[in-house]
Structure formats: C-alpha cells, structure tokens
Write a protein of this length. Structure first.
Length: 158
C-alpha cells in the first residue's frame, strides 16, 4: 500500500547499506508497491518481500523474481522471512508463474524452502541478466547465488 512505502524503504536501507541487497528508492517503491507484502508487529512493518514478474525464462515458461526480502533484525528468528516467501510463492502460483527465482547471499534459507541452484544463469534467466544485472554495481563481481523453484502445473501435480 502506498502508505507503507516509507516504512518499507526504512526497512530495506540498512541491508542495502551493508551490500546485503540492492537499494530501492522511494520512487521505485511507489512504482512497484503493488508487488510488495509486509509483515507487521504492533503496528510497525518488520518485514517485506516483493514478487516481480520477469516475463519468461529461457525455456519460455512464465517467470517471476522474489526481491527485497527483509526482516528487521529485532524480528528475525521468528519465521517471518519464511512466511513472507510462502505468501509470495502462493501469489506466484495463483498468477500462473511456472518458475520463481531469487538472487541471494543466503542460499541455504531458500534451499530449505525448496529452491534449487540455477545452472546456466544466462540461458535460464535472460530477462534478469540483460534487463537488470547489466546495470548492477556488483555486475563484474557478483557474489549472489541464483536459485529457483519450479511451480509449473506438471511439477506441482507430482
């Protein structure tokens, strides 16, 4: 919701300042606020996540990205990050995305939720690489791991 933008920004900034996630400007957040979910405690936003549509993967399947997963340090360890990702994945299923990926510095967290390492990132995630990674300040020394989860109807039916 637009009223949440400043709190989301305040939540993301400390992580961005430590190079743990990409910074998001207030203008960016206003433009993409509909992609975000938040977790609140005592009326304050203590967590957020966004699901960004990314077109199609290299195989032509609908693709989305989980971005800006952040939980305030005081609220960590309570399962909020897991619940936020689960909400984003449920929304991805409902919207018909077959794959959801993320770039992360903590792959073990996402692997516990069923994500697997992306092999051949350039082929599998061309929209990300050519649409955003080329502008990233970490482009030539990226330390993030690409992971994804298969939500295709065929996979879910198994």
């Amino acid at each position: 919701m637009p009223k949440d933008v400043e709190e989301i920004h305040r939540l993301i900034q400390p992580f961005a300042e430590r190079n743990l996630m990409l910074p998001r400007s207030i203008a960016y957040l206003f433009a993409h606020v509909g992609e975000y979910w938040v977790a609140e405690q005592e009326g304050r936003i203590v967590g957020c996540v966004a699901l960004r549509p990314m077109g199609h993967n290299g195989d032509g399947a609908p693709l989305a990205e989980i971005v800006s997963l952040a939980v305030a340090e005081a609220a960590q360890g309570q399962g909020l990050g897991r619940r936020l990702v689960e909400v984003a994945l449920q929304a991805a299923r409902e919207r018909g995305f077959h794959h959801v990926f993320t770039l992360t510095l903590i792959p073990a967290f996402f692997q516990r939720l069923g994500f697997q390492r992306v092999e051949n990132v350039l082929q599998r995630l061309p929209m990300k690489v050519w649409g955003e990674c080329i502008y990233c300040p970490k482009q030539t020394h990226c330390d993030e791991v690409a992971l994804w989860i298969d939500l295709s109807p065929e996979k879910e039916a198994r």
